[in-house]
Design a protein around this ligand. Structure first.
Ligand code: AMP
Ligand code: MG
Length: 313
């Protein structure tokens, strides 16, 4: 009997020794003009982290609107030698579908407009009306409003394929959760205060989800006391002034969440709420210029006072 116990003890030790321990991998990097922080819980080694980082850097190299050598910039410049593979074509097609879906509030071809406001080279300026008008007629790809969401989806796919247990990916304010949090509880995701400082609210998120915020505080410049931010209303060519400071979209698909956060910011609270009522598969939190918070009825939100937007008006 003693011998048997000894045998099982040795076997347990052996098996325990063989099972790779779960690691909590964490990496901060700068990509797509923002600081990203990736956290992954996995017992499959650290290859998946390196693969994610490499993939993010490659996406930036390909799709950057500000890097003259990127595939996107060369295509925008009309270079004859630019060919796109199936995956790249699919991305552009999906972007056009999202433009259609949002009635043009999200428009991936507004690059020339962003450029005349100086958002590409950092030489910020208020352009003449004539310049804005001309830019509105020059179609130039700019995937800035969906690239982080698209990249988040691609990371989640890599995590799935690698067999990782879960992950929390912060791609410069675009949050992607993957799987269930290590302690089994929902992920708590803060919504940034547009004026800075602490979060204004906390979202409770279950499983794999994208939580994406577009805000007027994320990129802007100030001239003569007037603030000009980076989210353009494609109908006017000017920074959207729809009465909002930020829009957060919660959706399973990161690219859709990203396009919608930009589009709903352009639409404003009233039109944006109706857009949500007429469609499914996502939830929204709006913060108005007055600081009021509105959340669609499916959002699990706490830590603030807010008004619920219900399906019936
Ligand atoms: P986001 O922070 O996701 O709302 O995206 C804003 C970025 O997308 C800007 O920096 C521009 O590069 C680009 N952009 C600005 N306005 C729009 C728009 N209405 N539709 C699509 N892309 C836009
Ligand atoms: Mg966006």
């Amino acid at each position: 009997m003693k011998r048997m116990i000894g045998f099982f003890a040795a076997l347990t030790l052996l098996l325990g020794g063989c099972a790779p321990a779960e690691q909590h991998l964490s990496q901060t990097l700068f990509s797509m003009d923002t600081v990203m922080e990736l956290q992954i819980w996995t017992d499959r080694g650290d290859d998946v982290m390196n693969t994610c980082v490499q993939m993010l850097q490659n996406l930036e190299k390909t799709w950057s609107a500000t890097d003259e050598d990127s595939l996107l910039s060369r295509r925008n410049a009309g270079a004859g030698d630019v060919t796109l593979d199936d995956e790249q074509m699919e991305l552009l097609n999906r972007a056009l579908e999202l433009k259609n879906f949002t009635g043009g509030a999200f428009d991936p071809t507004i690059g020339a407009i962003s450029q005349v406001w100086g958002f590409y080279d950092g030489q910020y300026r208020v352009p003449e009306d004539e310049e804005v008008l001309q830019a509105m007629f020059r179609s130039q790809w700019d995937l800035g409003a969906v690239m982080k969401g698209y990249a988040g989806d691609a990371c989640v796919k890599l995590l799935e394929e690698s067999g990782a247990r879960c992950g929390l990916l912060n791609l410069g304010g675009n949050i992607q959760t993957y799987g269930t949090k290590p302690d089994g509880r929902p992920w708590n995701i803060g919504i940034q205060n547009p004026d800075g400082g602490e979060s204004v609210a906390v979202l409770s998120i279950n499983g794999t989800m994208a939580v994406v915020t577009s805000g007027d505080y994320q990129r802007y410049f100030e001239i003569d006391g007037v603030k000009y931010h980076h989210i353009i209303d494609p109908k006017s060519g000017y920074p959207a002034s729809s009465g909002l400071r930020s829009v957060t979209v919660i959706c399973r698909d990161g690219m859709t969440a990203d396009a919608l956060s930009t589009a709903l910011f352009v639409m404003g609270l009233h039109k944006g709420s109706n857009f949500w009522r007429n469609n499914e598969g996502f939830e929204v939190v709006f913060i108005t210029t007055g600081g009021d918070i509105y959340a669609t009825q499916g959002v699990a939100i706490s830590g603030c006072e807010y008004e619920v937007i219900s399906r019936e008006e």
